[in-house]
Design a protein. Sequence first.
Length: 282
Amino acid sequence: MAQRTWFITGINSGFGRHMTEQLLERGDRVAGTVRNMNSVDDLKAKHGELLWVAQLDVTDTPAIYAVVDQAFDQLGKIDVVVSNAGYGLIGAAEELTNEQITHQINTNLVGSIQLVRASLPHLRAQGGGRIIQLSSVGGQAAYPGGSLYHATKWGIEGFIEALMQEVAPFNIGLTLVEPGGARTNFKDHSAQLAPGMEAYEGTPAAKARSNFGDSTIVPMGDPAKMVKIMIDSADQHPAPKRIALGSDSYTVIHQALTSRLAELEAQKELAFSTNYPKEDAL
């Protein structure tokens, strides 16, 4: 297989780290971003020039454009852009601080949108490419205690699904990845808790908080297997629109979609009743 070049945000931990390790081991080049440049010193020492690293906080929109431009300028063609950087925010909507809300949206949603937008001119100029957007089971289903996280993931799914159709004429394919729970360091390093409110004690949102801190709850998902499927998706043509990873993701998304479809079908007569009569249609 010919060597590919990948641009990946957030390669210091989680899926980003697993993906970078697998790609470098097989001889691909990776342009990766981190907030702390020292966090991937081991990978740089092992793989040398195969790994290009830049410092980036995806809440800094001008910096996103500068780093993306620099990566394309220095590395030439980039085959796959992976929008991976993000984190979870746990707590009832009322418990969240305004600062937490703004940072969650700026990281998971605005940051992802701007990364993709910054990449599009380069991908069009080179005749195409692939974009992989990390979403979540939480982009198709919602749990109490995750309202703002879901807002960002449902938001990015709508953005990417529309964009798929906009850039198809330019040979740019997009894929949404929807993992369930995986044995990464998400709980310890990539998630935040809102300050609790007494009023929510004993509610479903409080249960989400206690589950989050329960070390006996171990996710079933193997991140290495999940990442391999993400990488392999770059060879699929056309690009798969969505990839659900993990039995929990499949089960929960299936239940959510089935329930929504049943609710919609039950409203068919009501929906059609709001039309003008055919004889009055303009």
